[in-house]
Design a protein around this ligand. Sequence first.
Ligand code: SF4
Length: 269
Amino acid sequence: MALTVMEVLKTLPRTNCGDCGQATCLAFATRVIKEGEELSRCPHLSEAAQAMAGEVESQQAAGVGRRRESIAIALETLQEKVAPLDFAGLAGGVGASYGELDGCPYVDLDYFGHRLRVFKDKVCYPEGVQANPWDAILLYNYLASQGKMDATGTWITFQTLPNSVSKTKTLKRLEGELAAHFAGKQPKLAEAAALLQAEPVGIAQDANLQLVFRPLPQVPVLLLFWEADPEEDFPAQVHYLFDGNVSDYLDLESLLFLVEQLSDRLMAA
Ligand code: SF4
């Protein structure tokens, strides 16, 4: 079986020191698996990571890194899409702040608690490190929506969104993976969620944990977790819900990517 981002991440120091040129170890692991980045660019590899290097290289040689080209094309296409947009006009609606640097417009917005600066041709962390292309694609999609609808306060399921039938399986897989990871470990999930600044809520569900995340300013995500009960033969369960305004800000693919990022961050935490 092919190595996954999470398997590589587990062997990294997870200090997010940035010495590899990425802002986080998760971003680096993603680049290694999905873009063919060399594992040795992290100068702090553990013995376990070094032992994995050969397998990573074989996987990359087998073509996993070939996705780079299609991602680059998707990114360029989106950059062309946002080029004519008025960043000053759309910033308020998407919960961002507008600025200019050397005459170039940008918006600053919070993404999973990190402040990112989105120019029309690049997306950077404050230290100047460029965001990985998947995150950049998501943020350009978010801006291109030019959304401005306030949260409705009503939580809806993915299945109720238009044209979501063919993609529901992907969300169920993500929910299943997260539930399996935290089965029997409810306190660990609560700890991981706190690190991501989740807010506990009570919305009349019988779930053991009800947590609202804000990965993007206008896209709250509600995570419901039911702990496993071996005596009742009840497996742990996770459901993700979204505000009724979510279609105003993200298309279905972007929303699934956002959920995947949230799940990965929880498991990595
Ligand atoms: S250099 Fe290594 S430890 Fe530092 S952020 Fe990159 S992957 Fe993580």
